[in-house]
Write a protein that binds this ligand. Structure first.
Ligand code: HEC
Ligand SMILES: [Cu+2]
Length: 327
C-alpha cells in the first residue's frame, strides 16, 4: 500500500473524529436551555418554568441581562451559582424525585428581589411523598389575627439562669407543647403551677427562655443565623427590629395597585425585638407565616424554599431577639 493511501486514511479518520466531536459538542449546546436573569421589574427569569424528566440531566446556560444575580434551588443541596451579566455559566443538574422545585435568586438586587423565582417541574412516576399539612393548619390557627402580650417580663429572660433553677419542666419542654404555645401562655401555665409558687415572676420568665433554648441546638441556631442574614435581614434588619435596608421601600406592585388606592397600607416588616409581639405568638404560628408568607403584605412565602427543619430553626432564631443567654 502506498504511503499516499495511508496518509489519506489518516486524514479521513482525523476529519471524521473532528466531525464526531463537533456533533457531540453541538448537540450538547443545543439541548442546553439559555436562562436569562433580570430584575423582577424587568421580567425576572426567562423562561420562568422549566420541565425535565426525573433522573435526566438538565443543562442550563445562565446569563444576566442586567446586574449580578444568582441561581439556587429550594429544598435541595444544589450549590448556589452566580449569574453574571455578559457571561454564560453552564450548569447541569439532575433531579431524581418527581415534583415541583422552585429556583430563585439569592442576591439582593432590589426591594422586589425575592420575587425572582421560577419552577422546575420534574416529571416521572416516582412514589409521591405523603403531603403533611403544616402545624398551624393542623391546629386551626388564624395566623393573621392581631395579638398583643398581656404580661411582659421585668428583664430580658435568660436561658442560662433558667437552666440553673433546676426545675422539673419535662411536660413544658415537649415539642408538642412548646410549638403550640406562645411564651406568654407558657409563663401563665408556670405561674399557675403549684410546684413553682415560691419562684419570682422573673425566675419563671427565665424558665420560659430555658424551655425555648432546649427546643433547639447551637448548631441549628448558627445555620438559621446565616439563613436569616441572607434572606430576611434586608427587610427585618440584622437586629430584628424591622429596619432592614429595604423596609422603607416595600410597595405594592402594579397588579396590587388597587390596594394602595383603597386605603390598604403597606405593612412594615415585623419587629422581632418587640416583646409585646413576640411573646404572644407561638412557634407554630411563626412557622406558618414563614411557610405561607403575608399574602400580599410584602412578606414573601418561604415554604417552597426551605426544608421543614430550616423553618423550625428560623423560628427558634427569631425568639433569640427576646431571650438572652446570660444576664
Ligand atoms: C421583602 C421583605 C421581607 C423579607 C425578605 C422577609 N420578610 Fe418577614 N415580613 C415582612 C413584612 C412586611 C411583614 C409584616 C406583614 C405580615 O406579617 O404579613 C413580615 C412578617 C413576618 C413574620 C410574621 C410575624 C408575626 O408575628 O406575624 C414572620 C414570622 C417573618 N416575617 C419571618 C421572616 C423570615 C424568617 C424571613 C426570611 C426567611 C422574612 N420574614 C423575610 C417582610 C419581609
Ligand atoms: Cu436578585
Amino acid at each position: 500500500m502506498s504511503e499516499k493511501l495511508a496518509r489519506l486514511f489518516t486524514a479521513v479518520f482525523l476529519l471524521g473524529g473532528m466531525a464526531a466531536i463537533g456533533i457531540a459538542w453541538w448537540s450538547g449546546q443545543s439541548n442546553a436551555i439559555i436562562l436569562h436573569a433580570r430584575m423582577p421589574e424587568k421580567g425576572g427569569w426567562m423562561p420562568a418554568d422549566l420541565t425535565v424528566e426525573a433522573g435526566k440531566p438538565l443543562h442550563l446556560r445562565l446569563t444576566s441581562d442586567d446586574v449580578v444575580h444568582s441561581f439556587a434551588i429550594g429544598q435541595s443541596d444544589f450549590p448556589v451559582v452566580d449569574v453574571m451579566p455578559g457571561e454564560m455559566t453552564e450548569v447541569t443538574l439532575r433531579l431524581d424525585k418527581p415534583g415541583t422545585y422552585t429556583f430563585y435568586c439569592t442576591r439582593w438586587c432590589g426591594p422586589n428581589h425575592w420575587r425572582m423565582r421560577g419552577t422546575i417541574t420534574v416529571t416521572g412516576d416516582g412514589v409521591a411523598e405523603p403531603v403533611t399539612q403544616p402545624l398551624y393548619v393542623q391546629l386551626g390557627l388564624d395566623i393573621d389575627a392581631p395579638h398583643e402580650a398581656q404580661v411582659i417580663p421585668p428583664e430580658k429572660p435568660s436561658a442560662q439562669i433558667g437552666a440553673k433553677l433546676n426545675l422539673d419542666l419535662s411536660t413544658y419542654q415537649s415539642t408538642g407543647y412548646y410549638r403550640s404555645h406562645n411564651p406568654g401562655e407558657v409563663w401563665q401555665d408556670l405561674r399557675g403551677d403549684p410546684d413553682f409558687t415560691s419562684y419570682s415572676d422573673q425566675q419563671l420568665w427565665d424558665a420560659v427562655a430555658f424551655i425555648w433554648s432546649s427546643n433547639t441546638t447551637p448548631e441549628a441556631l448558627a445555620k438559621a443565623e446565616q439563613l436569616y442574614a441572607q434572606n430576611c435581614a434586608a427587610c427585618h434588619g440584622g437586629s430584628g427590629r424591622g429596619d432592614g435596608v429595604f423596609s422603607g421601600e416595600l410597595a405594592y406592585l402594579p397588579e396590587d395597585a388597587h390596594k394602595a388606592t383603597s386605603g390598604h397600607e403597606v405593612i412594615d416588616p415585623t419587629d422581632f425585638a418587640d416583646p409585646h409581639h413576640m411573646l404572644s405568638i407561638s412557634p407554630a404560628a411563626l412557622q406558618g407565616k414563614i411557610i405561607r408568607g403575608g399574602m400580599g403584605s410584602g412578606m414573601p412565602m418561604w415554604g417552597v424554599i426551605f426544608t421543614e427543619e430550616q423553618t423550625w430553626s428560623l423560628v427558634s432564631y427569631l425568639y433569640t431577639f427576646q431571650f438572652e443567654e446570660d444576664r
